[in-house]
Design a binder for this molecule. Structure first.
Ligand code: SAM
Ligand code: SF4
Length: 363
């Protein structure tokens, strides 16, 4: 069932590695256990972020290849009931474009044990959806926002929609989806001078900001390591205005390194009520956190991926459509995860960018 992309799917069912322990969870050969499932709901998007996809968009997945709501609900149920997944993160493409989204969310929220649920969105249309998302069971939202300047927003996303995103953020906070997190990618010479402004904005509005290092996952293969703004650079830019202290909170499998923020002049911690303010930096490239990874991924067409950077996938859609039982599906999923590599290997000389871009994997 596992296939290297570009090669035909292997037939004949899973060949269980005798070394894989008899453990119902998603364990891998390096002692990690995946409890966090990232689900891509669609590969389509209404923005065209330059670091993600080309201006003309991509060849979207044909509808019949995408999992139906029933198929998706079933795989999520297998993950939660059989495999010990306790966190569901819905993403895309743009997840708000998926028809039937609230239905999928409320079905997942009805599972027991009840998984923690978050959604990552570009924020377009969020203002009128935030309450429905909260009612459907979403606990937290991540909204992507790379700039506060309308003309830059249009340059980065190729759409003039900054005000929609700002309205969406406010609506999410008002709907009680707390904390609302902001994801920011800094691009050299484009928005890298805005790090401190974005943090000021997030602090003023009670949002939790996280910077993400740009990764080699764009469809156009335009990523250059030398061009990327590193975690060190992000921190240096923030430290021009803030004092940052590494948080002593246990990070667990979380990708973000957290820092407590104090304003340089005032010298006091500036968190809203409820604790000190923090900022996160996700140094996927220069500060990899693969050793603590607790993630498994499901694409909109039903492929399990062990990692964003995996070059192989395991086809669960074929199992679902071929009449496999939940037990069989769960065992194939376990086998896939048992083969998870130790790390993403971006620094290996032989590193190959995966064939699927970020928007089709689910970031
Ligand atoms: N469309 C939604 C959004 O933008 O939030 C969800 C999907 S998007 C792929 C998820 C996250 O991945 C966004 O925060 C986006 O900024 C980030 N992202 C996309 N391409 C990236 C890249 N090449 N490197 C790092 N982050 C990237
Ligand atoms: Fe769309 Fe998100 Fe990619 Fe931007 S980062 S093009 S919003 S999928």
């Amino acid at each position: 069932m596992t296939t290297e992309l570009g090669l035909p799917t292997l037939r004949g069912g899973p060949s269980r590695d005798p070394a894989r322990p008899d453990d119902p969870r998603l364990v891998d050969g390096f002692g990690r256990v995946a409890t966090d499932l990232r689900i891509s709901l669609t590969d389509r998007c209404n923005l065209r972020c330059t670091y993600c996809m080309p201006a003309e968009g991509l060849d979207w997945m044909p509808r019949d290849e995408q999992l139906t709501d029933d198929e998706l609900n079933r795989l999520i149920a297998v993950a939660v009931r059989e495999l010990g997944i306790d966190e569901l993160r819905f993403t895309g493409g743009e997840p708000l474009l998926r028809k039937g989204l609230e239905g999928v969310l409320s079905t997942a929220a009805a599972l027991r044990p009840r998984p923690d649920m978050s959604l990552t969105t570009n924020g377009i249309g969020l203002a009128r959806r935030a309450e429905a998302l909260a009612a459907a069971g979403v606990n937290r939202l991540n909204v992507s926002l790379d700039t506060l300047r309308p003309e830059r927003f249009a340059e980065i996303t190729r759409r003039d929609r900054l005000s929609d995103v700002l309205d969406g953020l406010a609506a999410a906070r008002d709907a009680g989806l707390s904390p609302v997190k902001i994801n920011t990618v800094l691009l050299r010479g484009v928005n890298d001078d805005e790090a401190a402004d974005l943090l000021d904005f997030a602090l003023a509005h009670g949002y939790e900001l996280r910077f993400i290092e740009q990764m080699p996952l764009d469809a156009q293969h335009g990523w250059r390591r030398s061009e990327m703004i590193t975690a060190d650079e992000i921190l240096a830019r923030l430290e021009e205005r803030f004092v940052l202290t590494a948080s002593d909170e246990d990070r667990g499998g979380a990708p973000a390194e957290k820092f407590v923020v104090e304003r340089r002049l005032a010298g006091t911690s500036i968190g809203a009520a409820g604790g000190p303010a923090t900022v996160g930096v996700i140094g996927s490239v220069t500060r990899p956190f693969c050793g603590a990874c607790d993630r498994t991924r499901l694409t909109a067409d039903g492929q399990v991926r062990t990692c964003l950077f995996a070059t192989g996938e395991t086809d669960l859609r074929a199992l679902v459509r071929g009449g496999a039982t939940d037990t069989e599906i769960a065992d194939v999923w376990r086998d896939a995860m048992w083969g998870k590599k130790a790390g993403h290997g971006i620094d290996d000389p032989g590193f190959l960018q995966p064939a699927r871009p970020m928007s089709a994997i689910g970031g």
